[in-house]
Design a protein around this ligand. Sequence first.
Ligand code: EZ4
Ligand code: CO
Length: 403
Amino acid sequence: MIKITGAKVIVTCPGRNFVTLKIETDQGVYGLGDATLNGRELAVASYLTDHVIPCLIGRDAHRIEDIWQFLYRGAYWRRGPVTMSAIAAVDMALWDIKGKVAGLPLYQLLGGASRDGVMVYAHANGVSIEETLERAEHYIAQGYKAVRLQSGVPGLKSTYGVSKDKDRYEPADADIPSENLWSTEKYLRSVPALFEAGREKLGWDVHLLHDIHHRLTPIEAGRLGKDLEPYRPFWLEDATPAENQANFRLIRQHTTSPLAVGEVFNSIWDCKQLIEEQLIDYIRATVVHAGGITHLRRIAGLADLYNVRTGCHGATDLSPVCMGAALHFDLSVPNFGVQEYMHHTEETDAVFPHAYSYADGMLHPGEAPGLGVDIDEALAAKYPYRRAYLPVNRLEDGSMYNW
Ligand code: EZ4
Ligand code: CO
């Protein structure tokens, strides 16, 4: 038995907000978990501080599954991003503790490495196609084997994934949500040209990805998938919102372009029909937003039965603690596909020293015991929380739309 003696939530903003749970034990070993929910950070912080931490004190930190079930079944109110991010933070911290006690990196406790490294994809963004492809070449020169292409849409002032800062894209940019404009017609005309130019300039030895960010109806997504087939995209991400999982049947009927979805999912129930009917090829659920290592392994197990591979979300709002956890998961799980990787700012890396490292298109979680990610609390305290929202979208006639 290793007794939980204390736990606290650390909120810090080294360039963007992060919520981190730290669990302490009677043996001096502590564990960390990411609890960041972009634009809704303090809701998870309160859920943990006011409702979860009081129930953790005195429990055996080794009983990861039992504590997971206690927080899920025992809450009566199940699922949802706030609840599942809070449970995820506890789960990550407990796996971190178990790894440290064992003296082993987490991936060893998950069955060991199934591969040498974790293939990651970078974001190439630009206002024009030329700019996007220049960024893609920059990443390919650094060894990246997979690149996501996003480009400005002619006639629209702003586009998802594209910013003025070529190196970074941080969508949670305002203390009251900014309003963007969207036109499906303009967008649908622009993407095939991007991919045609992409294959011409970048060749065929690199995986090319694209994020639709929930902007299309199923039949529109079917048409875009068909238009992109000649350029063999690695995947089309979040083609349509997935509250209605059956929507993906219609897309599937019309295209063989591989489909990825799930960065906003928080439980296996969000994926069940998509996976069982083989309506997708990659599941993007994450350690932080889908209930931790314990629950994400269950999702991956279900996915493996149906030839669905993992493709964890890895934007900058997933903290280095989550990235560490994701890499141990990715390295060990048999049906790994790809991992998204947007590098954090130097300030963020300094607050969260970590053992994971990049080489030749791959990340590796490193050999430090547990997650291999720490937090410098004194430094974290120098960056107080700043309210920051994701944008909202309107159509050109003023109607609210999906961002
Ligand atoms: O909009 O992480 O694939 N990446 C994405 C991200 C998400 C943000 C939301 O918190 O879609 O840019
Ligand atoms: Co996305």
